[in-house]
Design a binder for this molecule. Structure first.
Ligand code: ZN
Length: 398
């Protein structure tokens, strides 16, 4: 808590957003939670950047924004110091995955206002690896670049890795014999979903690592080589798990919402921020020797992504884990419909080749594993949206 108290002293009287909040509790555990809605409201009331600024605007060197999945994006500013802190957190992600100086890191990402891959790019450079920018290229050009430049590490969303794998099959590249030895993923929980991970690993003949971060928070989670969950970088973040209903601390081993405080982003910090990420935290020792807490199985879902069908809670990640067992399914979408006060789950799938038996098999597996019934619909190839950044495969139609 020493670093937190140091930060608190800097913020007091300087940061308008947090000055008042920090007065409301002596102990850390008494301080109020910060919610995403409060950040959205603050920027709406005080455009364009809101009041969570510790320094005059001139001190800030970078601006990024959230994906705005649920409404208007939030703008986030970094000073030179806080950007360096971001990169140090990402370096931890690479080190956990075993990326070394001799590696060549291909970042399959068009460099827009989303923060994640900018930080990955610069952090790889800081580590001493060679970085290969993959923006402004078609999927086929990216595949060629991976081979021609002999890239050993691929950084992209899990969805995009699978898209590269599909394109490789179409264009006759054998990725599993290609140079990539490590893939590092961000933006979606996919790399912690066992079947998605398996497909990426097999397609690339590589070891696949998950990472978790948020534009407004930082790169807080990474996998070590033991791959026994997502480590939380507790040197730089204070992690808590709460019951999202009662807001009380969750018991060890219970699933809850991750609440984080970052300690090195003083220019625009977050204290006790409700991330919306759900997970189970473990403090059991990890074979890698790190003492940091782990989210077992990664981020299992988002608080606002939970689907309740006839009293049973289902997460899109659990459905994805079933869909990915079937390599002939190219893309999918989950729809929740309300029918006479009852909610109905519909799964749309694009199938390569014959779809014989797939409807019955998927329906049975979803029922057996998740205890809900789903209507499966095979749709025309290419009719579902494709994603380069965060995939949005869930639609709730009320
Ligand atoms: Zn570990």
């Amino acid at each position: 808590m020493i670093r937190f108290e140091e930060m608190r002293a800097i913020l007091a009287g300087r940061n308008a957003f947090y000055s008042e909040r920090l007065r409301s509790g002596v102990d850390f555990a008494e301080l109020p939670f910060t919610t995403k809605q409060e950040l959205v409201d603050d920027q709406a009331e005080h455009p364009p950047f809101g009041t969570n600024l510790t320094y005059p605007v001139e001190k800030y060197i970078r601006i990024h924004q959230t994906s705005g999945t649920a409404g208007k994006p939030i703008l986030w500013l970094d000073t030179k110091e806080s950007w360096d802190w971001w990169l140090a957190c990402w370096e931890q992600v690479f080190k956990g995955a075993g990326v070394r100086e001799a590696d060549r890191v291909y970042v399959a990402f068009s460099f827009g206002p989303f923060i994640g891959f900018w930080a990955a790019f610069e952090a790889a450079q800081r580590l001493g690896a060679m970085v290969i920018p993959g923006g402004g290229q078609s999927t086929e050009q990216r595949l060629r670049a991976l081979f021609d430049r002999e890239a050993t590490v691929l950084v992209c969303t899990p969805t995009y890795a699978l898209r590269l794998a599909d394109a490789a099959r179409q264009h006759g590249f054998d990725l599993s014999r290609g140079p990539i030895r490590i893939t590092v993923h961000a933006g979606e929980p996919g790399a912690s979903i066992p079947e998605t991970r398996r497909r990426i690993q097999e397609s690339f003949g590589a070891k696949t690592f998950d990472h978790a971060g948020m534009t407004e928070m930082g790169a807080y989670g990474f996998e070590c080589e033991a791959q026994s969950g997502l480590h939380i970088n507790e040197d730089e973040f204070i992690a808590e798990i709460i019951d999202p209903e009662t807001l009380a601390p969750a018991r060890e081993g219970d699933k809850g919402e991750l609440v984080l405080t970052n300690l090195g982003r003083i220019g625009m910090p977050l204290i006790r921020y409700r991330t919306g990420d759900l997970g189970v935290m473990s403090r059991q020792p990890c074979p890698c020797g790190r003492l940091w807490a782990r989210l077992v199985g990664g981020v299992v879902g988002r608080v606002d992504d939970m689907i309740t069908i006839r009293g049973i809670n289902v997460f899109p990640s659990a459905i994805e884990n079933i869909v990915r067992r079937h390599p002939q399914i190219l893309e999918f979408a989950i729809e929740v419909h309300r029918q006479r006060e009852m909610r109905e789950l519909r799964l749309k799938v694009e199938v390569e080749g014959s779809s014989d038996g797939i409807i019955a098999r998927l329906g049975r597996e979803i029922h057996d594993d998740l205890r809900v019934r789903a209507t499966i619909e095979v749709v025309e190839t290419g009719s579902l949206p494709r994603f380069e950044l965060k995939a949005r495969r869930l639609r709730v139609l009320d």
